[in-house]
Design a protein around this ligand. Structure first.
Ligand SMILES: O=C1O[C@H](COP(=O)(O)O)[C@@H](O)[C@H](O)[C@H]1O
Length: 247
């Protein structure tokens, strides 16, 4: 049976304009979630692309629009490093956003721990927070995602087993192309979200982006498998990544 996907593509001049657009989306999704369920569950993406968004949300007028005490913040993936390591996804969000706003309900993946144990601990935390029955997947209100030039998203990399995972919520993954361990939410979690919102910048991501946005082709790259069933799939990209892609 065909799956229903609500797809939107927004192309902006630069990362600052993208951040504005995403901030508007987040405020709207947050308001709806709180009205319907009393809390907003948000998973942050890693890497450098969301930094302008984090900085914008930390500015007074935006920070004041968000009810931080009702926002439960999680991560889509994490490098297996200490939070003080410059690569730490949590470390970036802490430095750029969380240290500047009154957010208290944030739950990081422990990158500095044993990857297997950290993944399991995060999975158990999610099961408890979302009160999941065995076999159920959490329904995040919004999962922010990025895209690598190889088509990876979160820490779901081409050719690695993590993309095949069907039962776990969080897994650890040794990524051969990076010679590094990662922890990641799995594809069933991404596809169960109410909204997956990708941010993509830079011409080096153009090929992966145009392939991923072709919903008619058989999925091949990890990001192409992100098609939330009955949820929204929003792409906010800059002109250099989108060059030649029609809206
Ligand atoms: O490995 C990762 O890469 C993607 C993209 O990172 P960026 O630095 O190009 O924005 C990111 O979304 C993912 O969370 C991260 O761990």
């Amino acid at each position: 049976m065909a799956r229903s996907i609500h797809l939107a593509l927004h192309i902006h001049k630069d990362p600052a304009a993208m951040a504005e657009r995403v901030a508007h989306h987040l405020v709207q999704i947050c308001e709806e979630a709180i009205e319907e369920r009393g809390i907003f569950t948000l998973a942050l993406s890693g890497g450098t692309t969301p930094i302008p968004l984090f900085r914008l949300l930390a500015e007074n007028d935006w920070a004041e629009r968000l009810p931080w005490e009702k926002i439960m913040i999680y991560w889509g993936d994490e490098y297996c490093v200490h939070p003080d390591d410059p690569k730490s996804n949590y470390g970036i969000a802490r430095r750029e956003l969380l240290s500047k706003v009154p957010a208290t309900r944030f739950y990081r993946m422990k990158g500095e721990g044993n990857p297997v144990e950290s993944a399991l601990a995060y999975e158990n935390l999610i099961k408890e927070h979302f009160r999941l029955a065995p076999g159920e997947f959490p329904k995040f209100d919004c999962i922010l995602l990025g895209l690598g030039d190889d088509g990876h998203t979160a820490s779901l990399f081409p050719g690695e087993y993590a993309i095949q995972e069907k039962e776990r919520i969080v897994i650890d993954q040794y990524v051969r192309s990076r010679n590094a361990d990662r922890i990641t939410l799995t594809l069933p979690v991404l596809n169960n979200a109410r909204c997956c919102l990708f941010m993509v910048t830079g011409k080096e991501k153009h090929d992966a982006l145009s392939k991923t946005l072709n919903l008619l082709s058989e999925p091949e790259l990890p990001a192409q498998f992100v098609r939330p069933t009955g949820g929204d799939l929003i792409w906010v990209v800059d002109e250099s990544a989108a060059l030649g892609i029609d809206k």
